[in-house]
Design a protein around this ligand. Structure first.
Ligand code: ATR
Length: 286
């Protein structure tokens, strides 16, 4: 292989993910399939890094010649001081899920939000311009997707959160980007009436608590787009009940695959084999 200075001295591309816990991450299976589909010699390994060990882990990435890593819970904020550069999106979101190592110079990116929006547009809502969007939750996952949504010229984004202060703070922080309004769960029924898209970013409904929904589905207007970031299960109760009333439903698998696809493109400069990546995750989920 010529002109691929990102290959380690071994002639392989070294990639991985740090997190705690990490054993059940689907990223290794997905990215290993991607490397195979691209015909690239390489490895993507899960690395169990505990809080307090992040600085040493990042030094290790450099010393070992890793081309890049993903960063997952709980380290998306903690890695930032150990990087050399932060791209604009990661800076605004305040969280990093992808690091690229250019011969010892580390740059942090956030592909969660753009991965989500790409998936939403491809699978459920091709044009977000002028849409009224209701987002449930105001945590780390919500930040990434609300930032990416705000760049799509929506009419308005309502952020509904149990702790309303967090939603209001986010709306104030990004008021230069879009019409974002923090609302309480009490205001949610009224805001849902003219919504075009409802997005759940909370963990309500995730395995093993699959009998829960983050909102009473009777409040969801018929025929709108309902999206859930959860991908285990592939179809949450929120999505199943919304589908029954004629809504266009969109699950979290596409976000997971696309955040990985963008990361792989940053590491290799090659178009990601998205179908192979999706199939590898589906196969692994049984
Ligand atoms: P993540 O990175 O997955 O977004 P997080 O930053 O801890 O995780 O944020 C979790 C989000 O889900 C928050 O908006 C949280 O609401 P609070 O800010 O009020 O805590 C929301 N959430 C989690 N469990 C919830 C529940 N049982 N009911 C309603 N909201 C919940």
């Amino acid at each position: 292989v010529t002109n691929k200075e990102w290959l380690a001295g071994t002639g392989a591309v070294l990639l991985g993910v740090i997190g705690d816990p990490i054993a059940h991450s689907k990223s290794p299976v997905m990215h290993q399939a991607a490397l195979e589909a691209l015909g690239l010699p390489g490895f993507y390994v899960p690395m169990h890094v505990k809080t307090g060990q992040v600085k040493d882990a990042i030094a290790g990435i450099k010393a070992l010649g890793f081309r890049g890593i993903n960063v997952t819970i709980p380290h998306k904020l903690e890695v930032i001081p150990h990087l050399d550069h932060l791209d604009e999106t990661a800076l605004r979101i305040g969280a990093v899920n992808t690091i690229v190592n250019d011969q010892g110079v580390l740059t942090g990116y956030n592909t969660d939000g753009i991965g989500y929006v790409r998936s939403l547009k491809e699978e459920a809502a091709p044009d977000l311009k002028g849409k009224k969007i209701v987002v449930l939750g105001a945590g780390g996952a919500a930040r990434g997707i609300i930032y990416a949504l705000s760049l799509e010229n929506p009419d308005r984004i309502y952020v509904a959160n149990r702790t309303v202060d967090k939603a209001e703070a986010m709306a104030a922080e990004w008021k230069d980007l879009a019409d974002i309004r923090g609302i309480s769960m009490m205001q949610l029924p009224e805001c849902l009436k003219d919504a075009d898209i409802l997005i759940n970013t909370t963990s309500v409904g995730m395995h093993p608590n699959m009998a829960d929904t983050p909102v009473d589905t009777d409040l969801i207007p018929q025929g709108i787009v309902v999206s859930d970031l959860i991908y285990n299960p592939l179809q949450t109760k929120l999505l199943a009940e919304s589908a029954q009333k004629g809504c266009v439903v969109h699950g979290g698998l596409g976000m997971f695959v696309n955040q990985g696809a963008y990361a792989l493109e940053y590491w290799t400069g090659l178009p990601a084999p998205v179908a192979a990546m999706r199939n590898a995750v589906l196969k692994d989920m049984g």
